[in-house]
Design a protein around this ligand. Structure first.
Ligand code: NAD
Length: 495
């Protein structure tokens, strides 16, 4: 059985707590491994290793840091399939999705390879007579990342490359539900040639997280996960004097106007609602159908759902895999009855499709005539359940988003440029798609939602990531005119 422990100071070490947790293959329902749950002293050891590495690492030249980052990029690229295979084995998403996730992670390493350009600083010559002012950005020290189960490769890579390229050292606390992928990525990082202690991994649960939040040597915390935990991380981390960015959950709405391309909108809704079994923070979970688009769109969506192949993610024919755990699958399935009991119409009930074996499967589910007072609307379900809300007009549709507690991603489908432009301008969300259902920004823009989808001042990766992982220092300097010192340098003043 696969045993996953910690990586501290370049060495693999066992957790000292004696506490371990099962890791599952969600496609078979069988236990595939066991992960150690770190004690406070395990976290202390990781932070100490990162602190010990910091002074040497921050002094590595930009050229050397860039070279190492390129090595890392090439190793991740060369091992993309192996990373994806580990990911599918513990998360369950289909291999093509897992490969896509690795590709999105690579973007962030590639961005950090440009650290020479990103850390160039600013210079004002002759701000006052003979006085120059320049700003440099310096690393913070030891920083920590706490990541969710749903993107075990990509989300750690949202912050590790930028943080480390900026000169920080890092302690990662990945999700305890699929820990093999981040551990393998950390091994590749060391193979790339980074000094020991620059990147450390502590596996674990709340005990490890709380120690990171209280540890005096941790300067900053980047968190991605559910909203209640994000709020807790933000409040606890900042109360302990740390810089914190904490990305939370979501309930993403996709609006379809009556003039939309029905085929395009139906393809988008199906892939964005059911891809990765709906376990994406950018998944579409509410489809808002405006006016008479509803009937033709519902038909186009149900046609596509009937053809969607659900199965083991390692099977190349599968388009959607299982959910992360049995408990989560059962919780998600429970929403179907809640929707029906509240008066919605369950058009496709995923529980009706049966699967061989004990895998944590639930087929795609479609619920129509959902209203805002129902739990299928108000809760983040985080599974393959798509709720349809019908509205009469664009203003009614956009009001749903403005009134929602979250504001991660959203999308509009229309052929009307003016309508799209107005939506982009007024909608309360951090990432907006126009005829694009999952508008995850590329690595050179930054990622983050609004409202309860993000706690903190900076979004993640891209330029905002560099800002988060550095602090500015402004230097104002004045030099006397040349030749005024006692040493004769040949300037006329000395004569
Ligand atoms: P989660 O909040 O349960 O866990 C995230 C991390 O927090 C894990 O490392 C976990 O070990 C830790 N944790 C869990 N409970 C804790 C507690 N009580 N105290 C301290 N630490 C705790 O999230 P998850 O189930 O792993 O991931 C799914 C959630 O993440 C969804 O809500 C999804 O929307 C969200 N998510 C958001 C984004 C985004 O960019 N906004 C991206 C991916 C996932």
């Amino acid at each position: 059985m696969n045993q996953i422990d910690n990586l501290i100071g370049g060495a693999k070490v066992q957790v000292t707590s004696g506490r371990r947790q099962a890791v599952w293959n969600p496609a078979t329902g069988q236990q595939s491994g066991e992960v150690g749950l770190s004690s406070e002293s395990d976290v202390d050891a990781a932070v100490a290793a990162a602190k010990a590495a910091f002074n040497e690492w921050r002094d590595f030249s930009i050229a050397k840091r860039t070279g190492l980052m390129y090595n890392f990029r090439n190793l991740v690229d060369a091992n993309a399939f192996e990373i994806a295979a580990k990911l599918t084995a513990e998360h369950g998403k289909v291999l093509s999705d897992a490969m896509g996730e690795v590709a999105r992670g690579l973007e962030n390493i590639e961005y950090a390879c440009g650290i020479a350009e990103l850390l160039k600083g600013e210079y004002s010559s002759n701000a006052s007579t003979g006085v120059d002012v320049h700003t440099i950005r310096q690393p913070l020290g030891v920083v920590a990342g706490i990541t969710p189960f749903n993107f075990p490769a990509m989300v750690p890579l949202w912050t590790i490359p930028n943080a480390i390229a900026c000169g920080n050292t890092y302690v990662l606390k990945p999700s305890e539900r699929d820990p093999s992928t981040p551990m393998f990525i950390a091994e590749l990082f060391h193979e790339a040639g980074f000094p020991d202690g620059v990147l450390n991994v502590v596996n674990g649960d709340k005990v490890a997280v709380d120690r990171l939040l209280h540890h005096p040597d941790v300067q900053a915390v980047s968190f991605v996960g559910s909203t209640p935990i994000a709020r807790y991380i933000y409040e606890t981390g900042t109360a302990n004097g740390k810089r914190v960015q904490a990305l939370g959950g979501a309930k993403n709405h996709m609006i379809v106007l009556p003039d939309a391309d029905i085929g395009l909108a139906a393809d988008a809704a199906v892939s964005a609602a059911y891809g990765s079994a709906g376990e994406r923070c950018m998944a579409i979970s509410v489809l808002v159908m405006v006016g008479d688009v509803a009937d033709s769109l519902m038909e186009a969506i149900t046609e596509r759902m009937a053809k969607l192949k659900v199965g083991d993610g390692t099977n190349p024919d599968s388009e959607m895999g299982p959910l992360i755990t049995r408990e989560h699958r059962d919780r998600v399935a429970g929403y179907i009855d809640q929707g029906r009991e509240a008066g919605a119409d369950v058009v496709v009930d995923g529980r009706e499709q049966s699967f061989e074996g004990d895998g944590f499967f639930l087929a795609p589910t479609l619920i129509d005539n959902v209203t805002t007072d129902m739990t299928v609307y108000s809760d983040e379900i985080f599974g393959p359940v798509l709720s349809v809300v019908r509205t009469d007009s664009y203003p009614d549709a956009v009001k749903l988003i403005q009134d929602n507690q979250w504001g991660n991603g959203t999308a509009i489908f229309t052929r009307d440029g003016g309508a799209a432009r107005r939506f982009v301008e007024e909608v309360e969300a951090g990432m907006v798609g126009v005829n694009v259902p999952i508008p995850v920004p590329v690595g050179y823009h930054s990622f983050g939602g609004w409202n309860d989808s993000l706690f903190g001042d900076t979004t993640m990766y891209g330029p905002e990531g560099v800002k988060f992982f550095t602090r500015p220092k402004v230097i104002t300097s004045r030099w006397p005119d040349p030749g005024t010192s006692s040493v004769d340098l040949g300037f006329p003043q000395n004569k």
